[in-house]
Each structure stands twice: as structure tokens, then as C-alpha cells.
Design a protein around this ligand. Structure first.
Ligand SMILES: [Cu+2]
Length: 155
């Protein structure tokens, strides 16, 4: 069960946004996103020079207008931002530095439910049963040990 959870955890992918080019004005993000299938549990990593860019998760209308006075869902500004894709939905990202969104630093991706969705409901019961079975064999060992001492004492 532990191995099973571990295996499923290892399946999630980390996508470096823009691949080796990173997150900047020179990349065509429409063709970058077209290369991959994003699944719930995957991680997007935005790499850029802190302060020169940022990554905002926004609504679709904010993505279309690049007008970020509203519709901002999350802000990432560290320069090495890891964004976990927790939901099966359409995600929209823009750079909020003036002119960058209109200049092409924006993309939308469809995140599909997949292998990880079934595991999301799984970990609690599987960990519990793993603990219970571990405890059972442990206490069984103690019983054997105690029984062995008793045998020694009375023989
Ligand atoms: Cu930018």
C-alpha cells in the first residue's frame, strides 16, 4: 500500500514553463502548451529573474484583456514558482509586468482529471490500513517475544 501510494505520487509531472527558455517575452507559449497533456497533480514551474517578470493565475476574461485590476486568482513572484495543478479545469496564466501579457506572456491550459484524481481519495484509507497492518505485525511480534519469556520462566 505504501509502495502503491509512492508510485502514484511519482507519476505527477513537473513542467518547466517554456522548457529551457523559461518564462519570458521571447517564447511562444501557445505552441509550448500544445506539446503537453496536463493532468491533475502535475506542477508548473515558472523560472525567470525575480522582479523582471511574475506569474499570475487569472480568470479567462483577464487573460483575454490583460487587464489585471480584477480577476487575479493567485500571484507568484519568487522567480522560481511552483504551481500545483490541483483541479481539473482550465487554468490561465499571465505575466503582470506592464506590456508583457499583451506581448505574449500568457497562456491557458486544460488540466484533465487522470491517474491522480483516483489517488486523491485513496491516501487516507491506504495509509491507515498500512499503519494497522504494521501495528498488527508489531504487536504480534511482542506477543511472541512475551510468550517466549514465559516459556523460559516456566520450563
Ligand atoms: Cu513578464
Amino acid at each position: 500500500m505504501i509502495l502503491f501510494s509512492f508510485f502514484n505520487g511519482a507519476v505527477s509531472e513537473v513542467y518547466n514553463v517554456g522548457d529551457e527558455n523559461g518564462w519570458n517575452s521571447e517564447v511562444d507559449y501557445a505552441s509550448w502548451t500544445a506539446k503537453y497533456n496536463f493532468t491533475v497533480g502535475d506542477i508548473l514551474e515558472f523560472k525567470y529573474n525575480k522582479g523582471q517578470h511574475n506569474a499570475f493565475e487569472v480568470t479567462e476574461s483577464t487573460y483575454r484583456t490583460c487587464e489585471s485590476s480584477s480577476g487575479v486568482l493567485a500571484k507568484y513572484e519568487s522567480g522560481e514558482d511552483k504551481v500545483k495543478l490541483n483541479e481539473s479545469k482550465k487554468y490561465w496564466f499571465v505575466c503582470n509586468v506592464t506590456g508583457h501579457c499583451l506581448g505574449g506572456m500568457r497562456f491557458g491550459i486544460q488540466v484533465k482529471a487522470g491517474h491522480n484524481t483516483t489517488t486523491n481519495s485513496e491516501p487516507v484509507p491506504s495509509v491507515n490500513s498500512a499503519c494497522i497492518s504494521a501495528f498488527d505485525s508489531w504487536s504480534f511480534g511482542i506477543c511472541l517475544f512475551a510468550f517466549g519469556i514465559l516459556l523460559c520462566l516456566f520450563s
